[in-house]
Design a protein around this ligand. Structure first.
Ligand code: ADP
Length: 302
């Protein structure tokens, strides 16, 4: 059983020929509402590969709330521990895309910001009864820290996807079983820009020395760099026809968590995560773009 404690957002995606300048009005080419949030996306990824998944988090009492939990349930995620914050909006992101593919994003934390350490304590039993807890940083850091503490005290494995990296990340949060930043987040955390396997090794060693037992740095189309007590190694990506890399990292984290919980071999779990990331990159969208277990296994065996 996997528990994901994290964000649940609606992404409002506007395609425009250009961004509006201050004081001007422009007409959008298209508008879409897409269920997202790193927490919710990773929960969907884990559920699609067949795990029993419980989502912990908060939505508001607006019209998006039911659609956000509806999308999670549709993909098989248990939402009985998703709490509702009265008089509050659900988390949302207003995303403008221009013709060149650049984006400009305004994020509203909404109910995600109301998910408190006290909520985590109330959900202690759910956390303690899971095999793996999967966390990101789109909810208050104190809450992430509380979940980590509860999980550790119960010997539950903790995976942290440290995204987005805040300025003031408490060092205790790096002391987890596995940390899985992408290359930019790894640079923010260590100050080491990653352009080569040597730099990936140095960044991973730095995170390991700060207390992360295992480190995986995802490197987009190159794959992932894995580091643990037996050293560092590249786990190459699967080649794919890239359509939209949105949520590739979330697909990766969810699938890796499930495989690691079920089989215990991290090299294989990273390979499985790479296959899940490649499938998500080969399709449009976030949650619907993620692969099922059989799709991922087919790519793995190809
Ligand atoms: P994020 O979305 O967090 O930036 P990455 O872009 O590093 O994360 O993607 C996560 C994983 O998904 C990578 O480690 C890789 O295995 C897979 N992936 C991402 N982009 C591609 C791609 N273009 N081709 C193949 N696999 C990819």
């Amino acid at each position: 059983k996997i528990v994901v404690a994290g964000s649940i957002n609606m992404d409002l995606v506007l395609r425009c020929t250009q961004f509006p300048k201050p004081g001007t009005t422009i007409v959008a080419q298209s508008y879409n509402e897409i269920s997202g949030g790193k927490g919710a996306n990773q929960a969907v990824s884990a559920a699609k590969v067949g795990a029993q998944v419980s989502m912990l988090g908060r939505v508001g009492d607006d019209a998006f709330a039911d659609r956000l939990t509806g999308s999670l349930k549709e993909h098989g995620v248990d939402c009985s521990h998703v709490l509702t914050t009265p008089n509050c909006e659900s988390g949302l992101a207003l995303i403008m895309l221009d013709q060149t593919g650049q984006n400009s994003i305004v994020f509203v934390e909404g109910a995600n910001g109301r998910f408190t350490p006290e909520d985590a304590r109330q959900l202690r039993n759910v956390i303690e009864s899971s095999d793996v807890v999967l966390l990101q940083l789109e909810i208050p850091l104190e809450t992430v820290q509380e979940v980590v503490q509860i999980a550790k005290a119960a010997n539950v494995r903790v995976i942290l996807d440290p995204a987005p990296v805040p300025d003031d990340l408490p060092s205790a949060l790096l002391q987890v079983d596995l940390i899985c930043p992408n290359e930019y987040e790894a640079e923010q955390l260590t100050g080491i820009a990653i352009d080569s396997p040597e730099q990936a090794l140095a960044a991973a060693q730095s995170l390991h020395s700060k207390g992360a037992r295992h480190v995986v740095i995802t490197l987009g189309g190159l794959g992932s760099f894995l580091f643990d007590e037996s050293g560092g190694r590249m786990i190459p990506a699967f080649s794919t026809n890239v359509v939209d890399t949105t949520a590739a990292g979330d697909a990766f984290a969810g699938a890796l968590a499930v495989h690691w919980a079920q089989h215990g071999n991290l090299d294989d779990a990273v390979r499985f995560g790479n296959a899940a990331g490649a499938i998500a990159a080969s399709r449009m969208g976030a949650q619907p773009s993620m692969g099922t277990r059989s799709e991922i296994e087919r790519l793995w065996e190809s």
